[in-house]
Design a protein around this ligand. Structure first.
Ligand code: DOR
Length: 444
């Protein structure tokens, strides 16, 4: 439970929205925003948080996290992963289906929702994994409460989920109507490229193994299928300049939305592999500065509408296996905000852009109800940020069970201090408050 029943006044902060920054108070009653303006009069019994000198953002929505429960809880679980989320100002997550067993039917989805009840620190929804066998049922199943939609792995990554052939993908796209999230790497190309890799190679070859062509080929195939089926898709973790050019050129409007991970924006090959080895190994890989620059530009100009962390924890022991047996994935749900605020300091993103890609973008892409902005009537989810603190990321700040980050030691400018979920403080000054009360997301 919580201390103050979803009634809260956040006073004197600079409230950030997609249109800019305004000095305003935010009043939340019964968990919902009731007023956002200067000098709000709040009843005396409403708890008041002083946000003078601070920025107030809508709580972040992270549309791509892997929280590993059930089956892989030595890496992470719903409690530890959502704790990392709220510690980073993320108040809603959408979780991926490559758990053990994978989330491929309504029973598995219900199991995850049950596991999250009373343990998840933030609101949440779970993706159903597409398989060649469940394609025809997905249209009905994706309507279940707490379902984030359907996820397709076109190329193999962590776990066994795979829908590699065009006719199989088309069957999935023709079953249902919600936006389908897609991991877009070409399976035949990956197979061919992995065949020549010697165990014990340096992970610096990862972007050559899972190369530009593997990503581009799959995204080309996907967009052709979207043109044919008219089913909306969301291209996850876009990693190449070539895919950006393709998405712009095909210009499929609302049918195709796309996201990028902080890793593809804040690291470059080959230095990230020289410095961090397999700790920088993820799928699709972090690539050269040419790709990073194209992705930054696409994020700033709106071609990419969302940031998804692709939080993908593994243990350090697992990561230490010789490449390519070292698993791909980087934890990151907690570090989105300080990284993006550093981009604001460095001048390639605005504060309004940060809201656009961390809450408004995910809300629109997936039609999430009641979230995505600090507007009257929406959930009172927010994060108070201290923009004046510039300090190196410390390992002991991280709350994920995966106790590492490639950003440890990096100077980041702007840090979350207090996270509020539906009017209740859930994280403040490095400590949880109350008990976990995350609830399933609703979709329009
Ligand atoms: O690097 C990755 N790790 N990419 C994925 O697609 C899956 C993820 C994981 O679950 O570890």
């Amino acid at each position: 439970m919580n201390e103050h029943g979803g009634d809260l006044l956040v006073a004197g902060g600079e409230v950030v929205s997609t249109t800019g920054v305004d000095r305003a108070d935010v009043l939340i009653r019964g968990g919902r925003v009731t007023a956002v303006r200067a000098a709000v009069d709040a009843p005396a019994d409403v708890i008041r948080l002083d946000a003078t000198g601070k920025l107030v953002f809508p709580g972040l929505i992270d549309p791509q996290v892997h929280l590993r429960e059930p089956g892989l809880t030595h890496k992470e679980d719903l409690a530890s992963g959502t704790l990392a989320a709220v510690a980073g100002g993320v108040t809603s997550i959408m979780e991926m289906p490559n758990t053990k067993p994978p989330t491929i039917d309504p029973e598995r989805l219900a199991e995850k929702l049950g596991l999250a009840r009373g343990r998840a620190w933030c609101d949440h929804a779970f993706f159903l994994g597409a398989t060649p066998d469940n394609a025809e049922q997905l249209g009905e199943w994706e309507q279940a409460a707490g379902c984030a939609g359907v996820k397709i792995f076109m190329g193999s990554s962590t776990g066994s989920l795979l829908v590699a052939e065009d006719d199989q993908i088309e069957r999935v796209l023709r079953s249902g109507s919600r936006r389908v999230a897609v991991h877009s790497e070409d399976e035949p190309r990956l197979k061919e490229r992995y065949a020549g890799v010697e165990v014990g190679s340096h992970p610096r070859i990862h972007p050559d193994v899972r190369d530009v062509e593997a990503a581009l080929k799959a995204t080309k195939r996907l967009l052709a299928l979207v043109e044919r089926t008219r089913r909306p898709v969301h291209v996850l973790h876009v990693s190449t300049a070539e895919e950006i050019a393709l998405i712009r050129e095909r210009d499929l409007g609302e049918l195709v939305t796309a996201e990028v991970t902080p890793n593809h924006l804040f690291m470059t090959a080959p230095d990230c592999y020289e410095e961090h080895g397999s700790l920088a190994q993820m799928n699709p890989p972090v690539r050269t500065a040419r790709h990073r620059d194209a992705l930054r530009e696409a994020l700033a100009d709106g071609t990419l509408t969302c940031i998804g962390s692709d939080h993908a924890p593994h243990t350090l022991e697992e990561k230490a296996r010789p490449y390519p047996q070292s698993p791909s994935g980087i934890p990151g749900v907690q570090t989105i905000l300080p990284l993006l605020l550093t981009a604001v300091r460095d001048g390639w993103l605005s504060l309004a852009d940060v809201v656009r890609v961390t809450s408004d973008g995910p809300r629109r892409a997936y039609s999430i109800g009641g979230k995505g902005a600090l507007d009257a009537g929406l959930d009172g989810d927010l994060v108070i940020v201290d923009p004046s603190v510039t300090e190196p990321l410390q390992l002991d700040w991280l709350r994920s069970r995966a106790a590492y980050s490639p950003y440890v030691g990096r100077e980041l400018a702007g840090w979350p201090v207090t996270t509020v979920l539906r009017g209740n403080v859930v994280y403040d000054a490095h400590t949880t408050r109350g008990t976990p009360d995350g609830r399933p997301l609703r979709f329009a």
